[in-house]
Write a protein that binds this ligand. Sequence first.
Ligand code: ZN
Length: 161
Amino acid sequence: MQIEKGRVVTLNYTLSDEGGKLIDASKDGDFAYLHGAGNIIPGLENALAGKEAGETLTVSIAPEDAYGLRDDTKTQTVTRDMFPEDAEVKPGVQFHAQGSEGQPIVVTVTQVEGDAVTVDGNHPLAGVALHFEVEVMAIRDATAEELSHGHAHGPEGQHSH
Ligand code: ZN
């Protein structure tokens, strides 16, 4: 069985950046996604199409096909009173905020200088080229429920929510 739209694929993978720094990994057969539903980044989904269980592949993905390029206009400096009083505001901490059109975004604090807090609305992996080592563990047809939800319900499809 090949990977194609409407199938649930279980992967073991290691994700690192260009410098080889580990970003994320799943190696216990726990990660499953619904192919063709935009559940994973486009560059990886495209590379997996047509593969079969047992195949391994190495995929390098440009930022454009991963989490996008960095947009410096998404960085701004705001005052400390924009944050909840009891919140710990320091570099690396993330907050939920609203974008310019009211859409929900996650911002990351990058700098704090007195009352001035610089936040970055870019995805933490924006502008980062990604390097995946992937092993295709299993492929199965998605259940009707998974297809209607647009995502996989775990490797066995039994997870309900
Ligand atoms: Zn669901």
